[in-house]
Design a protein around this ligand. Structure first.
Ligand code: GTP
Length: 322
């Protein structure tokens, strides 16, 4: 038996979350937003289905936006031609009055009255039609504006689902899509692509010694250092609790080892300080370069195996995957 997706409308949730933030006067930071979002949707961790649903909602909205844009253009053209018709009928009426004044014998009184009334009726109907098309046009423009806002909410919402609230890096959910994309890009273009998976050593001891909050700050610190050593085209992902993954396009094993060494150097030169005490941070890394015939998951798995070897041969080391 297949179970139906939960009756959750992500756009509505996003709206409510933003409203709650506004009501409390809180800034819409990723942390604040995700706190309210999760509270409303009561999800423990976002499932892939949610991401698919968001994608679908996004596509529907884009189509709706196209249809609305067409309707807006059509009504604008209709308004223009109604205005022109109104003006030309008003001009005809003016000419009729003028002709009658100049040559009263042209039309007898009754025929003139009938034609005038008819023209006035048509002018009045055209003017009503103009007013009603004009109001529909305004409605379409404002609906389109709302669709735009919903699209923005959805984009924000999607970003939140793919972001780790603590460090602001991508999370596992964001990784899947991106990894597949980067692997395809590298394989199509014949370029190199490498990943570095690193895991903080004895992180439990940091938590135990300094407390969980300090542990959190250490994770943020490391994420910031990693960002600093990466190129703009690289990506940083929080892969697990104290485990991060670097995606390095256009990079071979040599380049990836250089990045891992640089991060180690920067971390040793920029220690995390807690009450003037240096918190020693070391990490182990596994590095793998993409093979021609493998997918992203297999690549990360090889990096994971290399990391496992690094951990079990002394920690603080870098291992290269076969
Ligand atoms: N403060 C904090 N701790 C976390 C977070 N996520 C995971 N952890 C902690 O990270 C620790 C990981 O412990 P272990 O898996 O034993 O690994 P480790 O102590 O780093 O040891 P090795 O990896 O074997 O060197 C656990 O204590 C988790 O509670 C987080 O978001 N914040």
């Amino acid at each position: 038996m297949t179970s139906n997706p939960p009756p959750v409308n992500p756009v509505e949730i996003a709206r409510i979350a933003l409203k709650r933030l506004a009501e409390r006067g809180l800034p819409p930071t990723p942390e604040n937003y995700s706190q309210f979002y999760n509270a409303i949707v009561t999800i423990k961790s976002p499932g892939t289905k949610t991401s698919d649903e968001l994608q679908h909602a996004w596509q529907v909205l884009c189509k709706l936006d196209d249809v609305l844009a067409e309707a807006r253009d059509t009504t604008a053209q209709l308004l223009e031609s109604l205005s022109e018709s109104g003006e030309s009928m008003a001009a005809s009426l003016g000419q009729l009055h003028h002709a009658r004044r100049e040559n009263p014998a042209l039309l007898d009184e009754q025929a003139h009255g009938t034609v005038t009334a008819l023209l006035e009726d048509i002018i009045s109907s055209t003017s009503h039609l103009h007013a009603s098309v004009s109001s529909s046009h305004d409605d379409i423009v404002s609906i389109r504006e709302s669709v735009r806002h919903i699209e923005e909410d959805l984009a924000f919402n999607r970003k939140m689902l793919e972001q780790d609230p603590l460090t602001g890096t991508l999370n596992r959910q964001g990784l899947d899509h991106l990894l597949a994309l980067e692997v395809k890009r590298a394989q199509r273009g014949g370029g190199k692509f490498s990943v570095v998976l690193f895991d903080l050593d004895d992180f439990k001891q940091i938590n135990d010694r300094f407390g969980h909050l300090v542990g959190d700050q250490v994770l943020v610190h490391i994420a910031n250092l990693a960002r600093a050593v990466l190129r703009e085209t690289d990506f940083l992902v929080r892969y697990g609790g104290e485990e991060f993954l670097l995606l390095l396009p256009e990079t071979d094993l040599h380049g990836a080892s250089y990045v891992a060494d640089r991060l180690r150097l920067v971390a040793s030169k920029t220690p995390f300080m807690h009450h003037n005490r240096r918190v020693e941070i070391s990490f182990s890394s596994g590095i793998a370069e993409l093979h021609d015939d493998e997918n992203g998951r297999a690549l990360v798995l090889r990096a994971d195996e290399a990391l496992y070897r690094a951990k079990h041969t002394g920690r603080g080391r870098v291992e290269i995957a076969e």
